[in-house]
Design a binder for this molecule. Structure first.
Ligand code: T3D
Length: 262
């Protein structure tokens, strides 16, 4: 592990902080490897019940580190297909398949694959001064890291095309109005708001939340009947959990439930 990310153990949840502030947290191969390791560890750690993805410095993430390939000094162009398969696809899969909520706290700019990384998180909270930019078009690339798939689902084809084809930055306020993100926070309140949500999730019914996330993600690929079946199975599973019994008991006893996450 390098110092390109910092992993903070917050007890019942984990904060993964992007930590290359001088490059606006642009992603290079080492940072990808660190992120994969941290996310895999958090996925397997039963005591970690939510993840907060945060960023050091004035920006969230400027996407691929454009300096890393040394193209300006005449180095051959790397095989980007390989880079995508090795680095970006596993990264966004880890976020989407994470069996617990992942929250992004977006400060400053989220560009290119950095925007994609934020938008794949289950809950995106952006500082009012933050902005999102599909900067791929500005350098002749296509929206990767699953962003061409995600955008039309989140904001519809017309907005997705305008956003990706023009490379026009959109403000956090616009992202919120479009339904691209869950919440806006005042700049000074961003961390506190996002950390508070991570702590709340970490005392929630984690297994049920994981199933909920999975069902919502899968809905786009299933027909209605198949999805009703999937819901029935998932509810059967949730119904056998400790946290369902505890939730119902707490309801009747008029007290706050103590969820264990299983
Ligand atoms: O290539 C592949 O492997 C395929 C995968 C591609 C995935 C992608 O993400 S492609 C998209 C790559 N990202 C970009 O194209 C964004 C490039 N950056 C920008 O457009 C701007 O920097 C921002 C809009 C993000 C922010 O603008 P601003 O004015 O706030 O900051 P700045 O002055 O441009 O940048 C500050 C510093 O960060 C600067 O370094 P310096 O001059 O202070 O030493 C700048 O060079 C550096 N920086 C910003 N973005 C990147 C970066 N360094 C490396 N890679 C970057 N992507």
């Amino acid at each position: 592990m390098t110092n390109s990310i910092i992993v903070h153990d917050r007890g019942s949840w984990t904060e993964i902080q992007l930590n290359r502030p001088d490059q606006l947290n642009a992603l290079d191969a080492a940072m990808h490897a660190d992120l994969r390791a941290a996310l895999s560890t958090a996925a397997a750690d039963k005591s970690c019940r939510a993840i907060l993805l945060s960023a050091a410095g004035r920006g969230f993430c400027a996407g691929q580190d454009l300096a890393g390939f040394n193209l300006q000094s005449g180095q051959p162009v790397p095989d980007l297909e390989e880079v995508i398969r090795r680095d970006y696809n596993p990264l966004v899969r880890l976020v989407r398949e994470m069996p617990k909520p992942v929250i992004a706290a977006v400060n400053g700019v989220a560009a290119g694959a950095g925007a994609a990384l934020a938008l794949h998180c289950d809950i995106v909270i952006a500082a009012r001064s933050a902005k999102f930019v599909m900067s791929f078009a500005k350098i002749g690339l296509i929206p990767d890291a699953g962003s061409s798939w995600l955008l039309s689902r989140l904001i519809g084809e017309a907005r997705a095309k305008g956003f990706a084809l023009t490379g026009t930055p959109i403000s956090a306020e616009q992202a919120y109005q479009w339904g691209l993100i869950w919440q806006l926070a005042e700049d000074q309140a961003l961390y506190e708001t996002a950390a508070g949500m991570a702590a709340d999730f970490a005392s929630g019914p984690t297994a049920g939340l994981a199933l909920t996330k999975q069902l919502i993600q899968e809905a786009a690929h299933r027909d209605f009947d198949a999805h009703l079946e999937a819901e029935a199975k998932a509810q059967g599973q949730a119904g056998r959990s400790h946290d369902y019994a505890e939730g119902v008991a707490a309801f009747f006893e008029r007290r706050k439930p103590t969820f264990r996450g299983d």
